[in-house]
Design a protein around this ligand. Structure first.
Ligand code: SF4
Length: 429
């Protein structure tokens, strides 16, 4: 694989590097179209040249991708558990992983996660806070040093909350929110800004930050540090102020040839999803949207993976490109392996439904019809083979014994009855 920036340079010169072809084919897309989308910045390809992994194109007309967050915390710091979670995520369809570790030997775990063969993202600020001892003690030098180290280790995309600046802080003060700030990165930056009165270094030194990302060919994920933490807070000023900044920064990235993802929008009511997705897309020249949530109700802890799947399915209709897995543990605890399995599967279903909209009728039929036809024929093996998670379907079907129908209607199976009617009719003819 040639390096991403070299690849982009070739595309801009009008020559089509041969590495584009398999990536385009994997997306069911023409190579010229993918090259054009990369040049326009509506598709990003996180691929650090120091990291050996399968390419993952994210953005316009690509399949909707799924990221799974893993990582240690102080109350539960177990590297082996995090690796098990990472592997469970990949087996169940995660396209990328993010290591959000905040405890233990963070660089050592990152290196092991980087060996798993999928693109990896991180939030360098978390490690900087752990090293400094507190958010207010993270000086800019330390933060940029940690960012550089993550790039050198081979991390493919970095979440950087550059839009959490003094303007967003002011917006939060004049238009307060019930939940304040719920983004960990956003809260860390605000804590330091409040204490020192200084600007967020990632905003102030944005040009320097881009120099580092360019040197290491790493994708920036413009973090949504002001995302609302309850649907009640969705319409407040802080979020919109941050998006206006992110829109400007996104343009700078594109002008300098730095690939970017845009994160958002957090907790918002279902009725505001279309408006939010369109606004973010327009402000950022249709950069790939990395969806956080949307969590569309706040009263279902334990089932927030379902809530987010409902929100993200709608968001995909309006152009969201990349879903961040929400697990049943969201808002409650650090996820365990079974939470990762359940959350990843439910998020994959949302991504698939998104694909049925964005990839069109032919793609939809090719993916959906085999299950429908197998179901019609009571062909259970055909159903399991073509279902998204056939192993789970089989377990449920076979728990009351293996029969030609299922235990719902048994001998009164409607499908069997109608099948027999048509078979008899055919015999007579
Ligand atoms: S038994 Fe009922 S639920 Fe089961 S396949 Fe037949 S019609 Fe469907």
């Amino acid at each position: 694989m040639c390096f991403m920036h070299a690849l982009l340079r070739e595309c801009r010169k009008g020559t089509l590097p041969r590495e584009i072809e398999p990536i385009a084919r994997n997306e069911g897309m023409d190579s010229n179209h993918l090259a054009s989308a990369l040049i326009r910045g509506v598709v990003s390809l996180p691929l650090n040249p120091r990291h050996s992994c399968r390419p993952c194109a994210i953005g316009e007309r690509c399949r909707v991708k799924v990221n799974v967050n893993i990582g240690t915390s102080a109350p539960r710091c177990d590297h082996q558990l995090e690796l098990e979670k990472a592997n469970a995520a990949i087996v169940n369809g995660a396209d990328t992983l993010m290591d959000l570790s905040t405890a233990g030997d963070i660089p050592a775990l990152r290196k092991r996660i980087l060996s798993l063969g999928v693109p990896v993202g991180t939030v360098p600020l978390y490690e900087a806070v752990r090293r400094a001892g507190s958010a207010i003690d993270v000086d800019p030098d330390l933060l940029f040093r940690v960012i550089r180290e993550h790039c050198q280790d081979g991390v493919d995309f970095l979440t950087l909350h550059c839009g959490v600046n003094q303007a967003a802080f002011d917006a939060l003060k004049v238009d307060p929110r019930l939940m304040g700030v719920v983004s960990r990165g956003g809260a860390f930056h605000l804590a330091r800004m409040a204490q020192t009165g200084e600007e967020n270094p990632l905003f102030k030194e944005f040009s320097y930050l881009l120099e580092i990302l360019e040197e290491y060919e790493v994708v920036i994920s413009l973090g949504d540090g002001m995302r609302p933490g309850s649907i009640h807070d969705a319409g407040r000023l802080a979020k919109t102020t941050e998006y206006l900044t992110i829109g400007r920064l996104s343009k700078v990235c594109h002008e300098k040839g730095i690939q970017r993802l845009i994160e958002g929008p957090g907790h918002i009511p279902l009725s505001q999803i279309g408006y939010n997705v369109r606004m973010i897309k327009e402000l950022t020249d249709h950069a790939p949207l990395y969806l956080l949530g949307p969590v569309v109700t706040d009263i279902s802890p334990g089932y927030d993976h379902v809530v987010a799947a409902i929100g993200s399915t709608i968001a995909c209709m309006y152009g969201a490109d990349f879903l961040c897995m929400v697990s049943p543990s969201e808002h409650l605890a650090l996820p365990l392996v079974e939470d990762i399995v359940e959350g990843t599967r439910v998020t994959k279903i949302a991504a698939h439904i998104g694909d049925t909209v964005r990839k069109g009728h032919v793609w939809q039929e090719a993916r959906e019809l085999p299950v429908v036809l197998a179901r019609k024929d009571l062909d259970w093996e055909g159903q399991f083979a073509n279902a998204l998670f056939g192993d789970h379907a089989r377990k449920i079907h076979e728990r009351d014994g293996i029969t030609d129908t299922c235990s719902m209607c048994g001998d009164l199976c409607a499908l069997k009855l109608v099948k027999e009617i048509f078979e008899k009719k055919e015999e007579k003819q």
